[in-house]
Design a protein around this ligand. Structure first.
Ligand code: 0L1
Ligand code: MG
Length: 256
């Protein structure tokens, strides 16, 4: 039996992102299952690499109940980050480059000495050199931000842009830090890092395990986005957005 057209699906998703034009969901039409969807994600990222982008990290998606409920998909997923997606702290995101962007507060890790594939993270401070507050801009390439699990995996888990705040030493506990998402100085979402799989450190084990299933190994020096602590909110032109994470500080962006 002939499988889904991996390259063709990656090309459609790439064009949707490049032209900021939503497309219909494609998993049912193309017979895409989750494994095939990760193969599409690989092909999609290869197109970016062929254009000169560089892989700089990995992101976890749907690591909290709030996020799962928001999009109606209840499995932890992972995607890839490139240098072109990174926006400096306090930098500008052009809403016009995206379809219907949303923004969410995250915790970022700077990866260091990682375990061998198949091994759990032993000492977290060996594996993670520093932590930071972060913002992720997500932008599903599917109409109405509506998708199935294979759809969103193929679409690189809606990754669009990310901001990492100042790196700081790993604090004693990461499992119950207060998180605020502020838009124009007003609190838009309130959460706790406990919402990220109970403890964001768990997200790293999950990332290593789940990406390893598809032959992807995390690298020293990569950024790891552990997941959002709250639901995402729409990113509107002119908005000033800040993630505030207790003990870690803030990360911000401005939307134009
Ligand atoms: O980073 C995320 O949690 C996003 C995962 C994909 C689902 C979505 O677009 O909200
Ligand atoms: Mg996210």
């Amino acid at each position: 039996m002939i499988g889904p057209d991996t390259a063709g699906i990656a090309e459609r998703l790439d064009a949707a992102a490049g032209t900021a034009t939503a497309i219909p969901q494609l998993a049912v039409e193309t017979g895409l299952d989750v494994d095939a969807a990760y193969a599409v994600q690989t092909a999609l990222l290869q197109r970016r690499i062929d254009r000169g982008e560089r892989l700089v990290g990995l992101k976890m998606g749907l690591t909290s109940r709030a996020k799962m409920a928001q999009v109606g998909v209840d499995e932890v997923i992972w995607g890839r980050l490139t240098d072109a997606m990174r926006v400096p702290d306090g930098g500008v995101v052009d809403v016009g480059d995206h379809i219907h962007p949303r923004v969410e507060p995250e915790v970022a890790f700077l990866l260091d000495r990682l375990p061998e594939p198949g091994e759990p993270v032993g000492d977290f401070t060996d594996a993670v050199r520093a932590v930071a507050p972060a913002l992720e801009v997500i932008d599903s390439r599917y109409a109405n931000f509506t998708f199935s699990l294979p759809d969103v995996v193929a679409d690189n888990t809606s990754a669009a842009a990310f901001v990492v705040g100042p790196w700081c030493p790993v604090p004693d506990g990461l499992d119950n830090l207060g998180v605020l998402l502020e838009v124009d100085g007003r609190v838009a979402q309130v959460g706790s890092t406990a919402a990220i799989l109970g403890d964001p450190r768990r997200a790293l084990d999950e990332g290593i395990r789940l990406a390893g299933r598809h032959g992807v190994r995390l690298r020293s020096g990569w950024v790891f986005l552990a997941g959002a602590a709250t639901a995402a909110v729409p990113l509107r032109p002119g908005a000033h957005v800040r993630a505030v994470v207790e003990k870690l500080g803030t990360a911000s962006l401005r939307a134009s």
